[in-house]
Every structure is written in structure tokens, then in C-alpha cells.
Design a protein around this ligand. Structure first.
Ligand code: GRF
Length: 215
């Protein structure tokens, strides 16, 4: 019986994806556990959820670092290492990591509420999809790429049909339901060695490969 993958979740928002991941981790046999929740906020819904589920929380507002986001990111890397996190996961994190974070952790999962590469690069993916009248949108779990926002090898995607009477809230709610399914699945795939990175592409392997020596 191998140890479970140690996950650190980075958050800024309501925390519904964090809840989905914590619920998955509570499922018998799930190959990962959330050992730390990090936030750029002092307070947010996701922090409350982590505390209510007895997960260690660390708040790293940039103000505590004199506004120096590089210094904040160094503290974030230190905290992830101290907690022996193997896989960081961004679940509604509203900041962009500096290159140092990606150097320390080449594999970081992120969830985004659109079918990337459409509607990347901002916080308004659902609004923007409605504004141009797409008939299908969805969500994406991808690995972060250094120096790019909402870009990097795509791990999983789910399509969501846009209804004629959708508004931002109704469409976001259906996208969220798919995110709650996809994100834990992506963590499971990573933890069981089923993601193979090949340049700009991630292949989902049918069976686990032997994971390379940990960084
Ligand atoms: C999600 O829609 C995610 O795709 C985006 O931020 C939102 C976070 O929602 N990056 P929650 O905080 O997990 O409820």
C-alpha cells in the first residue's frame, strides 16, 4: 500500500472546488490527501472550509511581504516544501505565480471555467462566453505553464451546453458541477502516475506508469 500523494491547495474564493477535492480525499482508496491550504487572502470561504475540515491553513497576503509578490511566492514555495507537498493545486486562486514557483513545482494543476484556450486570461470566462453567445462552454483542468495565464498542457475538459435562458449564475453553477468532478479526477490521475507530459500535451495513460524519481 503506497502513501497517498500530498496535495497543497491554493485558493482565493468560495472554496467549492476545495470541498469537492476534500470529499474525494475522504473516499476510501482515493490516492491523495490535502495536507495544506494556502491563500493570498486573510479570509475567504475556502479558508473557512479548510478550517472546518481540520486542514492546516496558511494565509500569505502580499501586504505581509511589503507588496513584494516574489517574496510572497518564495514563502509559498517554502510552505509547500515544509509540508512535503508533492502536487500543488490551484482551485480558484486569483493570482499568477512567479517563475520560481513553477521551477520548484513543475506540475501544478489549475481549474478554469472555460474550454481553454477559449476565454483564458481573466476572471470573467463565464461572462465572456455569454457575451459572445457561444452555445457550448465548459471547464478545463490543466498544468500551469510558466509565464502564461490560463495556459499549459490540458489534462481534462468537460463541455457544458449554454441554454437560451442562461445568465452568469445559472451557467456558472452548471460549469461548477463539472469542475467538482474533473478536479478530483485529475488529482487521482496524477497521483496514480497516469499523466504523461509530452511538451505542450498531456497524455492520459490507461494504466499507471512508474513515476519518475520525486523532485
Ligand atoms: C472556479 O470556477 C474555477 O474554475 C476558477 O475559480 C472558481 C473557483 O470557485 N478558477 P470555488 O472557489 O472553487 O468555488
Amino acid at each position: 500500500m503506497s502513501a497517498r500523494t500530498r496535495v497543497g491547495v491554493v485558493v482565493s474564493g468560495a472554496g467549492s472546488n476545495l470541498t469537492a477535492l476534500l470529499d474525494a480525499c475522504d473516499t476510501p482508496g482515493f490516492p491523495a490527501e490535502v495536507v495544506l491550504v494556502l491563500s493570498n487572502r486573510r479570509q475567504c470561504g475556502a479558508i473557512d472550509i479548510a478550517r472546518s475540515r481540520a486542514v492546516e491553513v496558511l494565509s500569505l497576503p502580499v501586504g505581509d511581504f511589503g507588496g513584494d509578490s516574489l517574496a510572497r511566492d518564495r514563502a509559498l514555495v517554502d510552505a509547500l516544501r515544509a509540508a512535503r507537498v508533492e502536487l500543488p493545486v490551484c482551485a480558484g486562486y486569483n493570482r499568477v505565480f512567479s517563475a520560481d514557483v513553477l521551477t520548484a513545482f513543475p506540475d501544478i494543476l489549475n481549474v478554469h471555467p472555460s474550454l481553454l484556450p477559449a476565454f483564458g486570461g481573466g476572471m470573467n470566462a463565464v461572462e465572456d462566453a455569454l457575451a459572445v453567445g457561444v452555445k457550448v462552454t465548459g471547464c478545463t483542468v490543466h498544468l500551469l505553464a510558466s509565464g502564461a495565464v490560463d495556459a499549459g498542457p490540458i489534462v481534462l475538459q468537460a463541455a457544458v451546453a449554454v441554454h437560451e435562458d442562461d445568465d452568469v449564475d445559472t451557467l456558472r453553477a452548471r460549469i461548477h458541477e463539472q469542475e467538482w468532478r474533473l478536479l478530483p479526477h485529475a488529482v487521482e490521475l496524477w497521483a496514480t502516475g497516469r499523466l504523461q507530459r509530452d511538451g505542450t500535451v498531456v497524455h492520459v495513460l490507461p494504466s499507471p506508469r512508474v513515476r519518475e524519481q520525486a523532485r
